[in-house]
Design a protein around this ligand. Structure first.
Ligand code: COA
Length: 383
């Protein structure tokens, strides 16, 4: 599996290193395609959740999809994705998210662009000017025993942020702890209580004045003082490193604290794709604004997951959603487009203008907007 990944993704093949393996999920969460005992295709599915409407929706994060060059174009990846859908459905992972290199392949299987990956470059010189924390915050290196508290804190700060990811145990260890040679991990504490976390990696410098750049893999905190204390650790690399890459929402505290040229969008435009694996289950799992009260008659197109297909009635009331088979099937929509509405990414009127929703009256579009619209969904994880 490692050789296949190297062949598909690496500039220079490297020997296997568990700490660097982005796809090191338990074996039962990997799918392989074989020919006479040789692995010719693979993917893995991380055990994750994603926050929508204040609730954790069980999500399978697809990663490391690779097919041996001699076997490409023969539907190997397609078969793996079909099997992945069945496996996720059986495990109750009602939603699936991935970071696409290849939109065509995934769109054909029902995934659609559904949220942002807002990468920014920060000028570390500017970070050195940030205000000091007003309270005593202790920053120390993370240790394995911090993991349960780190997961709980990550969930607490992510809960109301649409699209943010909730980590299962394996992914949490990879994202939240340090790994010698791969990433540094730090935690912030106030009065002995864990209040924030930072993981950092090094990359190549831009020129001879910069020995390396920083990549902030994860940074979250329960309060501003803890966030400032962790940002000081990042700033303290200046001037050996002069820039850091960070994935953060444009509505985070940083743009309010820094000058507008100090935090710049980088690699803008890359998005994650998502798919409702079990549409009724996914509607049941997410939360909705309490004032939404709608009934919309949908006709769902989903040839690769036929259990979702056909007329369904979407009812949302008192913060709860239900999607039940039946009804008039007024609004014709495929599962990918419904997913990009579900996460709050797509605007239903724009989808209708683009011909991607059929049969919808203005009242249906307004109801879809009330049901799913809100802050732009984003996630900082790459898998
Ligand atoms: C992308 C990859 C996994 C596809 O595997 P595959 O087994 O050849 O894919 P399939 O034969 O199942 O392709 C199904 C459809 O996906 C689309 N597709 C597949 N590969 C594509 C490519 N490289 N570019 C654009 N579309 C592609 C096509 O629409 C194809 O249908 P068609 O053959 O009728 O045109 C394989 O090319 C690969 O390993 N590439 C390198 C790693 C990579 O990019 N992985 C995806 C990371 S997110």
């Amino acid at each position: 599996m490692h050789q296949l990944s190297q062949q598909a993704f690496a500039a220079r093949p490297a020997p296997y290193d568990d700490e660097l393996d982005r796809t090191a999920v338990p074996l039962e969460r990997r799918l392989v395609a074989t020919d006479g005992g040789t692995i010719v295709g693979k993917l893995v599915i991380w055990e994750l959740g994603q926050w929508f409407g204040g609730r954790r929706v069980p999500m399978g994060g697809i990663s490391g999809v690779a097919v041996a060059p001699a076997y490409r174009g023969r539907r190997v990846a397609s078969s793996l994705l079909d099997d992945a859908l069945t496996a996720m459905r059986e495990r109750g992972e009602v939603l699936s998210t991935l970071y696409p290199m290849n939109h065509t392949l995934y769109r054909r299987h029902g995934w659609e662009v559904a949220g942002a990956y807002p990468e920014h470059d920060i000028d570390l010189r500017a970070l050195t000017d940030l205000p000091k924390p007003t309270r005593q915050v202790t920053v120390r290196e993370s240790v394995e025993a911090d993991l349960p508290a780190l997961r709980a804190l990550n969930d607490e700060v992510s809960r109301e942020v649409p699209g943010n990811v909730s980590y299962g145990p394996e992914f949490a260890a990879r994202r939240l702890l340090g790994h010698p040679g791969a990433q540094e991990g730090y935690v912030a504490e106030v009065d002995g209580v864990l209040t924030g976390a930072l993981t950092l990696g090094h990359g190549d410098g831009h020129d001879e004045r910069e020995l390396y750049t920083l990549s902030v893999r994860n940074l979250f905190a329960a309060d501003l003082d803890s966030e400032l204390a962790l940002l000081r650790v990042v700033a303290a690399h200046y001037p050996v490193a002069r820039t850091a890459r960070l994935v953060t929402s444009v509505s985070s505290a940083l743009p309010l604290l820094l000058g507008e040229r100090d935090l710049r969008p980088a690699g803008a435009g890359w998005c994650w794709m998502a798919r409702l694996v079990d549409a009724p289950g996914a509607i049941r799992a997410r939360g909705f604004a309490p004032e939404v009260d709608v009934e919309i008659h949908l006709d769902l197109i989903d040839p690769t997951a036929p259990w979702n297909a056909g007329p369904h009635v979407l009812r949302v009331k008192d913060g709860e959603g239900q999607l039940e088979p039946g009804g008039r099937g007024d609004v014709l929509i495929d599962i990918g487009r419904l997913t990009s509405l579900y996460t709050g990414w797509a605007d239903p009127r724009r989808l209708a203008h683009a011909g991607l929703i059929g049969g919808a009256e203005e009242s249906d579009l307004a109801a879809l907007d009330r049901t799913f619209g809100g802050r732009t969904p984003w996630a900082r994880d790459f898998f």
